[in-house]
Write a protein that binds this ligand. Structure first.
Ligand code: FMN
Length: 186
């Protein structure tokens, strides 16, 4: 059975990002996938120290929950990462995790793990109405997949979203998310 993993970078349960991720998972489940959603904010992810020991040795020098999230990614057929825009970027918790992926490349730029078979999707939500506004956050999320050697990433972007769950009132967005879920497993 294909496993689809969603990583939520919002601490707000039932928030806009959470609901869009849930909808993608629902779409994947409808086509036979098993799914798991993890909230990055539940994990103890320390900031990268910039020691670059990871360029000489396989593991990161820090012992925290980073490895748990990476293991989950490595055991998935498809991965979706989602974050709201906070002050123009992904949430701090999401960024801490993405920074740590730097350890996946050795000093000679070869990859410690080739994730080219993992299908990817990114979800961004924001309050601003402009489609331009969330692009910086979207680019950060896509870096996760670049580090796994997967350049192709599906996108779901929700603008003009404020209160928890306001995404439910947005025509077509939940359906779009469900469709992304279907495509990730078909
Ligand atoms: C601390 C904070 C910072 C925010 N910064 C921005 C921002 O820079 N641009 C924007 O368009 N929306 C911003 N927002 C609004 C959220 O991105 C938006 O409401 C989003 O849908 C919330 O997602 P959630 O429900 O998954 O938590 C901010 C919200 C918070 C709480």
């Amino acid at each position: 059975m294909k496993k689809v993993l969603a990583l939520c970078g919002s601490a707000r349960r039932g928030g806009n990002t959470d609901l869009l991720l849930q909808e993608i998972l629902l779409g994947a489940e409808n086509y036979g996938a098993s799914t798991e959603k993890l909230y990055i904010t539940d994990f103890n992810i320390k900031p990268c120290l910039g020691c670059t020991i990871c360029k000489q040795q396989e593991d990161c020098a820090q012992d925290d929950d980073y490895r748990l999230l990476l293991d989950s990614i490595q055991n998935s057929h498809a991965v979706i990462i989602g974050s709201p825009v906070y002050m123009g970027q992904v949430t701090g918790q999401t960024k801490l995790f993405i920074d740590r992926l730097y350890q996946l490349r050795r000093g000679d730029r070869t990859l410690k793990f080739d994730g080219s078979q993992i299908r990817g999707a990114a979800v961004v939500t924001c309050g601003a109405p402009s489609q331009e506004h969330p692009q910086a956050a979207l680019a950060s999320l896509k870096l996760l997949f670049r580090f796994l050697n997967q350049p192709k990433v599906a996108e779901v972007v929700g603008t003009s979203l404020g209160p928890r769950g306001s995404v439910r009132e947005r025509d077509g967005l939940l359906e779009e998310a469900r469709e992304v879920g279907r495509k990730l497993v078909q």
